[in-house]
Write a protein of this length. Structure first.
Lengths: 385, 461
């Protein structure tokens, strides 16, 4: 089975590895190369804490478990000069300010019912876990399973592993399909055609455009997010710490600027503060408004940040579907075309499980995961975003 | 009345302010330095030796024009954000020392802006360049000019370009023994750049003769086709290895010799400070060997109401910066290019640009320098990233390479190493990047609390 994977972001790289390990002949095509886009413009949180019970939570729980073995394997097989995934199971702490306690506790209780570990912390436990947190914080829940990877490095490691198994990377832009209407037999690129039995669209926020170049219809749009990075300092943030006001933000369809704050330290000693959500197309000049809003919330969580120096900021575009669920599975109209996209703010976390679903769709490989909620044929994709 | 913001108070920015005032505008000028003057007229009211200053009267006239006109001058003001808006431009700055308790926010909204952010000097990596005692030529110059301090007792000055001459002279005047000035370019390149059409050089020739005379007076040898290819020492600089360089700046095997010294000043050229122009959406030209803001005859960039002048448009020296600034300021204020008052600057600009072409022909960085950098040489000093680490990741997109190696992710954000890293990537077969390391959305260090303050005041957030 010859498979072309379009996109060498985290999703394409994970799919390539899963497919090549199960015996497919894989060519990954990306116009920039590995990890040139969203998967290098995000954070690497592997979260269960932000998932309300539902199909995405189930996928996230499964994927979170898969990351633990996958990261170990990638790091063990790593060659000279190749970066580590920096997997770290540091756990997350979600906090609420006065007035938000009940909502957070209700959310956590619902999650516990689905098997997510969520431990309510008393004041003393919180103070020892995060001593620099604002005294204003009224309630806290710890999620021991929240973890992280360095997303760009993890993407590079996934693709390197796939290539060691025989996958090939072609750096070229996909411009169209080979094959007649209703059936795809490969892709045309700026530098030549690549025949294939199956084509997997992992083009992230550009998946809609790629789908349309291949004659398919897919509603995936970009949602801009800005992240702030401080100068390095002695560690004062020990977990991923979130403001629980995100409960509700991910699913919101509102186009205006929204923020939900995650503060955490990186191995390099910098503090990462993310992030905002705005629907502004591919506008690449965020200006200062998102940074201002993020900074204000971060200082409220950790007052010491007030005097911390902002070193840099960056932004990326989350690929999202109208119903805010990933789109994974065969295209309803074009035989041989499979989509794996629309992971919005969770593509890093969901990559291993997505790859398993893609292997299932392409090679009929066995899986315990339920593909149904994510199929491109679902009704939710026909809603207007 | 038109309001013109000017970002940078060096020769270009000062001339732009004067031009904008002459055309009837109101001016706000911001510079992060404690004093106006930029790199060229860097000074200290008490400590600076007047023999180190050139064209000081011109500076005083420009400063006076600002003082007399309808101008607000903000010194010590780091501009950390520049945005093009529907109405014009908006600059945000903080005033005050980095460790001050409270700093003031300065928010300038203007109809147009002149970006005159200048350049910083560029030192290419050399094995051993992380030893204490190695500085950039610009830092050595700044210490000498502003504080009257010499970087060492026995200093070797190495790199390329006429800038090495005033650096050596300043070092000599503040009491360092300058062992030699090593110019990487060969005499043939220098001749090709400098000998044709000598009449274009009118004023410049005098300046060089003055510097050359200074070197001779201090008995400082000037050697062409030569450079420091390794810095020696355990704890700090104890000497250097000097080699002859071929036309491409490859060290010539067998010509190496050791020279004892306790300080090295490296200056291989200049890198413009492009982040403000990029934040304003201006197009650039060039590649990792040199990227500059695209401007037309009116010094207009590709973004409406954004003008650029000085080293950001090309490395051409202070005269060019002054001429471009005058044009940019006058036009940003709504003046016309054909105005008789611009005749002088337009002529001076033409002459200065011819000078810039010569400069590039004679002294422009040649690709062979990477041959003196070995695998273990640290290229990104902030994150201690070696040449080998960078070359091994050259085949991935620049963004992914940076995250994998951490090159350019440290406190200087690639300001020091960006060009060198890009050159090593290019040499190892990596794909060229359109703006490389030059995009820095946070233009200057700012506190999270100061950014947060926007949320309280700005209705947009
Ligand atoms: C600010 C921010 C923070 C985030 N934080 C997290 C987080 O903490 N945890 C988490 O799990 N997720 C996070 N995400 C989401 C995550 O980054 C994305 O879901 C994920 O990176 C998407 O990966 P991808 O492979 O689908 O897309 P991409 O990484 O964008 O890859 C798509 C690739 O397709 C290529 N391509 C596009 N068009 C073509 C074409 N025509 N021909 C060839 N190639 C093409 C592109 O070059 C690109 O390399 C965040 C996102 C943002 C923006
Ligand atoms: C280190 C150094 C030393 C030099 N010494 C000499 C010399 O001795 N003799 C000689 O002939 N030439 C010298 N030059 C070259 C000469 O300085 C330039 O030709 C000339 O100064 C260019 O003028 P400019 O106005 O374009 O830039 P500059 O003089 O560099 O002025 C730019 C100004 O913009 C300000 N700025 C930039 N970004 C920001 C920001 N975000 N916020 C606030 N302010 C900002 C800077 O503080 C600076 O004052 C030197 C250059 C450098 C880099």
């Amino acid at each position: 089975m010859r498979v072309v994977v379009i996109g060498a972001g985290i999703i394409g790289a994970a799919c390539a590895l899963a497919l090549v390990e199960r015996g497919a002949e894989v060519v990954v095509v990306d116009r920039l190369g590995v990890a040139g886009e969203t998967s290098s413009r995000c954070e690497g949180n592997l979260l269960v804490s932000d998932k309300a019970p539902g199909p995405e939570a189930a996928l996230a729980i499964a994927s979170n478990a898969m990351w633990r073995t996958l990261a170990g394997r990638l790091d063990a097989d790593r060659r000279d000069g190749q970066p580590a995934t920096e997997f770290e199971a540091k756990g997350g702490i979600v906090v609420a300010f006065p007035g938000g306690e009940a909502a957070l506790e209700r959310f956590a209780a619902a999650q516990r019912a689905t098997g997510i570990r969520a431990e309510t912390l008393d004041a003393a436990a919180l103070a020892s876990a995060e001593p620099h947190l604002s005294p204003e914080v009224a309630h806290a829940v710890r999620y021991p399973d929240d973890a992280q990877v360095q997303p760009s490095n993890a993407t590079q490691a996934l693709l390197a592993a796939a290539m060691r198994h025989g996958a090939r990377l072609v750096v070229a832009e996909v411009t169209g399909p080979i094959g007649g209407p209703g059936r795809i037999a490969g892709v045309r690129t700026a530098t030549g055609a690549i025949p294939a039995d199956v084509v997997v669209n992992c083009a992230g926020p550009w998946s809609a455009e790629v789908a349309s170049r291949l004659g398919a219809r897919l509603d995936i749009r970009p949602r801009r997010g800005v992240i702030l990075v401080t100068t390095p300092m002695p560690q004062r943030v020990f977990h991923k710490v979130y403001d629980s006001d995100y409960v509700g933000a991910v699913g919101s369809g509102d186009a205006a600027l929204q923020t939900s704050i995650v503060v955490e330290s990186t191995p390099g000693g910098t503090v990462l503060i993310g992030s905002s959500r705005e629907r502004v197309g591919f506008d690449d000049r965020p200006g200062v408004a998102p940074a201002g809003a993020i900074a204000a919330k971060a200082v409220r969580l950790f007052p010491f940040l007030e005097r911390t120096i902002l070193l840099r900021s960056y932004f990326g575009f989350r690929p999202y579907a109208p119903d805010h669920l990933p789109v994974i599975g065969p295209d309803p109209e074009i035989a041989g075309l499979v989509h794996a996209t629309g992971h919005e703010g969770a593509g890093i976390g969901l990559a291993p499980a997505t790859a398993e679903l893609v292997a299932h769709a392409v090679l009929d490989a066995p899986t315990d995961l339920d593909p149904t909620p994510f199929l491109p044929t679902r009704d939710g994709l026909r809603e207007t975003a | 009345m038109t309001h013109v913001a000017i970002l940078g108070g060096g020769p270009a920015g000062l001339a732009a302010a004067q031009g904008a005032l002459a055309a009837g505008a109101r001016v706000s000028l911001l510079d992060e330095g404690d004093r106006l003057g930029g790199q060229f007229w860097r000074h200290h009211e008490r400590l600076t030796d007047p023999r180190l200053q050139h064209g000081w009267h011109r500076f005083e006239r420009l400063r006076d024009a600002l003082a007399r006109g309808d101008a607000r001058v903000h010194v010590g003001a780091s501009v950390w954000s520049a945005e093009a808006t529907d109405l014009g431009v908006r600059l945000r700055a903080v005033v005050g020392a980095a460790d001050a308790d409270a700093r003031t926010a300065v928010d300038v909204e203007a109809d147009a802006v002149v970006v005159a952010t200048g350049a910083h000097d560029l030192a290419l990596p050399v094995p051993g360049w992380t030893l204490p005692g190695v500085t950039t030529a610009g830092a050595a110059q700044a210490l000498a000019k502003r504080d009257g301090v010499a970087v060492g007792r026995r200093t070797v000055v190495s790199g390329a370009g006429p800038f090495l001459l005033p650096v050596a002279q300043s070092l000599a005047l503040v009491g360092s023994d300058v062992v030699g000035v090593l110019e990487a370019s060969r005499i043939t390149a220098l001749a090709a750049g400098w000998l044709p059409r000598p009449w274009e050089l009118a004023g410049k020739a005098g300046e060089f003769l003055q510097y050359a005379g200074g070197l001779a007076r201090h008995r400082i040898p000037y050697r062409t086709g030569s450079g420091v290819v390794r810095v020696l020492g355990d704890e700090r600089v104890e000497g250097v290895v000097v080699a002859a360089l071929d036309a491409d700046w490859h060290p010539i095997v067998g010509t190496e010799r050791e020279v004892a010294c306790d300080a090295v000043a490296l200056g291989h050229g200049f890198a413009p400070r492009l982040e403000a122009a990029l934040a304003l959406g201006c197009d650039l030209r060039g590649d990792h060997r040199g990227r500059f803001v695209v401007v037309d005859d009116a010094q207009r960039t590709t973004t409406a109401q954004v003008f650029a002048a000085g080293e950001v448009t090309g490395i051409a020296g202070a005269d060019a910066a002054l001429a471009e600034g005058a044009v940019a300021g006058f036009l940003a204020a709504g003046g016309a290019l054909g105005d008789p008052r611009l005749r002088g600057p337009v002529t001076a600009r033409r002459r200065a640009r011819a000078f810039a072409r010569r400069l590039e022909r004679a002294h422009g960085i040649r690709p062979g320098w990477t041959a003196w950098v070995d695998d273990a040489t640290i290229v990104c000093r902030c994150e201690a990233v070696t040449r080998r680490a960078i070359a091994e990741r050259a085949d991935v997109p620049l963004r992914a390479m940076r995250l994998a190696t951490r090159a350019g992710l440290g406190p200087c954000q690639g300001r020091t190493c960006g060009r060198a890293v890009e050159a090593i990537v290019a040499e190892a077969g990596g794909a060229p990047a359109s703006v490389g390391f030059d995009r820095r959305p946070v233009l200057a260090p700012v506190r999270i609390g100061e950014v947060a303050a926007l949320a309280a005041t700005d209705p947009a957030t």
